[in-house]
Design a protein around this ligand. Structure first.
Ligand code: 28F
Length: 645
């Protein structure tokens, strides 16, 4: 392990456990990822990171990266102290050679507490680059001289050489990636430039220059404005107006350095960039999570304190962060990365640390800058309202497509609450008064009532179009939801049972007949699939004192009378023939006709209609129950005209 000196200064003595570089050449992907284009560029980042480390240690303030004319070689130069060139006291070789030819396996590069690795390979270092380079030349300026040493595939090609006197200081590393290792050895100028640009914003004290010898350009990437300048650029690039004129900015030095800035914009997107130790974390992670939750909590708290509410709208975290452009950069001691590309921070403790910094800071900033706060909160409220509006619009569309029928239902339909076809029934009832009783007596969860008014058109022999001009029948179609004729679709049926409920008199029978004709002609599938029924309300009411008994037909009436008189020989039952459904109290109607457990229903079949006898007309005036039975049971074909009684 590290043999730190008592003074904890970086010098020749503070190098940890070392190994040869064979392992690196043998398994390059363990150190730089796949030896592809990305891995190739890792070499650059690794060397640049060393210069950044030196800067973070307080030495040097300029880095120049040169892409050479071949496109296959890079030089990185800094103006730090220069890698020590003296003999290492423990290993007895020059420290420069040691650093470049031995793999540092002793954990961190050193153990000085203020020494941050800027990320990347987390301390693996320049020896990896050396191992994977066909050629590497280190040039050091320090202690009044310039020194140089050349390496080939990780091995010294010569001895450390004193070039001559030089009053400057710094390190310069030239390297050519080894084509034995990399499929491609050609660098991408844009990749390098973009990465350096990022670094320049994160480390705004650094003067970063990118020299591209292929194009002859020398680009100054210095961004003295740091993160605020970066944010300004990102907002400008988003091409949307900012919401709060002045961005929020906060920085905290210490054990973990946290720097962040943010601004709300009119964009509907949220765009947060995060960095750990100067390395972009494209997939976010715990620091980003902490930033987001910190923002949401600060805003929520602020809105609560100032009693900002929107009627009926719950402000969500997404509302709060809509349009937000933000950057967070943290420096921590032992970053752990996760995910396929290792671009996601995984240290769990970081979320609370970042949140704990963002939340109070942002909230007090809002309180101190009420103009900004107003603009931001206004934006958030608008986001919530827009979300609600678009959700309603979406629901409207859904309703319209899936249950559009519900919107345009006939006004006189008393619909049921349930929407599943299995459970539901539609009673088609003759007249408003019966309709009223049925509405009151029904189970409004599963039973719907559609009263018919006036005469029903005889649909026999008429075109569909003509039939549909008849309001009452059109209402039936609408209530059923199926459409009619060509466009009939049984899948859109809104009720499992369609029950015709008519008075037990001539008018009632007439209407029943007309309705049967209608269903038979216009939607036979409804009948074929067994959805059509006829309700059999009782024919007689037997009153015994305050009690009432219902008889469905003559036989039943006799049966009941006998029963009553056996039990109470002195009773004087009053038998009344039932005329209209409207005569029944809603409760009675429920008990006798509506309640599935007690009522009598007949299912209508195609056969029953077709076979409804030629002598159909003869049935008029006959006992209604007999007639129904006839409709159901008759085996003879009925002519269309004959249905029109
Ligand atoms: C182009 C890449 O690698 N810059 C570097 C330094 C400076 C020191 C150093 C580096 C020695 C014992 C580790 C100098 N003086 N740019 C670079 N600049 N490494 S790498 O020291 C390495 C330590 O353990 C340095 C005094 N202390 C440190």
């Amino acid at each position: 392990m590290a043999t730190a000196t008592a003074t904890k200064k970086y010098d020749e003595a503070s190098i940890g456990m070392l190994e040869g570089l064979e392992a690196v050449r043998h398994r390059p992907s363990m150190y730089i990822g796949a030896p592809d284009k990305k891995g190739l560029h890792h070499l650059v980042w690794e060397i640049v990171d060393n210069s950044i480390d030196e800067y973070l240690n307080g030495f040097g303030d300029a880095i120049t990266v040169t892409l050479h004319k071949s496109g296959d070689a890079v030089t990185v130069t800094d103006n730090g102290r220069g890698i020590p060139v003296g003999m290492h006291p423990k290993y007895k070789i020059p420290t420069l050679e040691l650093i470049l030819t031995k793999l540092h396996t002793g954990g961190k590069f050193g153990d000085n507490d203020s020494y941050f690795r800027s990320g990347g390979l987390h301390g693996v270092g320049s020896s990896v680059v050396n191992a994977l380079s066909k050629k590497l030349v280190a040039t050091i300026k320090r202690d009044g001289y310039e020194w140089t040493q050349t390496f080939k595939r990780g091995k010294p090609a010569d001895k450390l050489e004193k070039v001559g006197p030089n009053r400057l200081h710094g390190t310069s590393i030239y390297f050519e990636p080894d084509p034995e290792i990399f499929r491609v050895t050609h660098f991408d100028a844009d990749w390098i430039r973009t990465r350096l640009d990022d670094i320049a914003y994160i480390h705004h004290g650094l003067k970063i220059t990118f020299r591209n010898e292929i194009t002859g350009e020398s680009i100054d990437l210095t961004h003295p404005g740091g993160l605020p300048e970066f944010l300004q650029r990102l907002v400008a690039e988003a091409q949307v107006p900012a919401v709060n004129a002045t961005p929020y900015y906060a920085i905290k030095e210490g054990d973990e350095k946290i720097e962040l800035t943010m601004q709300w914009t009119e964009s509907t997107d949220e765009s947060i960039r995060s960095y750990v130790n100067g390395i972009r974390t494209t997939d976010g992670g715990t620091h980003e999570a902490g930033l987001k939750s910190g923002i949401v909590k600060a805003i929520r708290n602020f809105m609560e304190t100032h009693d900002v509410k929107v009627k009926g709208i719950e402000i969500t975290a997404n509302d709060i962060r809509e349009g937000l452009v933000g950057i967070v950069s943290i420096f921590i001691r032992d970053p752990a990365f996760q995910g396929q590309t290792k671009e996601k921070l995984n240290n769990p403790e970081i979320t609370a640390i970042v949140e704990g910094f963002v939340r109070p800071g942002l909230e007090s900033w809002l309180n101190a800058n009420m103009t900004m706060a107003d603009q931001i909160v206004g934006r958030i409220v608008l986001a919530a309202k827009a979300r609600l509006a678009s959700r309603e619009a979406a629901q409207e569309v859904k309703r319209k497509s899936a249950t559009s029928r519900r919107l345009n239902l006939p006004g006189k339909l008393a619909d049921c609450k349930a929407t599943d076809v299995e459970d539901t029934e539609l009673f088609i009832v003759e007249g408003d008064s019966a309709g009223g009783s049925a509405k009151q007596g029904r189970n409004n969860r599963t039973q719907a009532v559609l009263p018919l008014r006036g005469k029903i058109m005889n649909s026999e022999g008429l075109t569909l179009a003509k039939v549909m001009t008849h309001q009452e029948l059109a209402d039936v179609v609408t209530a059923l939801g199926t459409g009619v004729g060509e466009s009939f679709n049984i899948n859109n049926l809104r009720y499992g049972k369609i029950i015709l409920l008519m008075d037990a008199d001539a008018d009632g029978h007439h209407i029943t007949t007309l309705m049967l004709t209608f269903f038979f002609r216009c939607m036979p599938e409804l009948i074929r699939k067994g959805h059509l029924y006829i309700a059999l309300p009782p024919l007689y009411c037997i009153g015994v004192g305050k009690e009432k008994f219902w008889a469905k037909d003559d036989a039943h009436k006799e049966e009941l009378l006998e029963e009553i008189l056996t039990k109470r020989p002195n009773a004087k039952p009053e038998v009344t023939r039932f005329k209209g459904l409207g005569e029944m109290m809603p409760g009675e109607l429920n008990e006798t006709t509506l309640d599935p457990k007690k009522r009598a229903l007949m299912r209508v079949t195609i056969e029953s209609i077709i076979e409804a006898d030629k002598t159909f007309t003869e049935l008029l005036g006959k006992d209604p129950a007999t007639r129904y039975r006839f409709i159901m049971d008759s085996a003879n074909q009925v002519e269309a005209e004959e249905l029109d009684v």
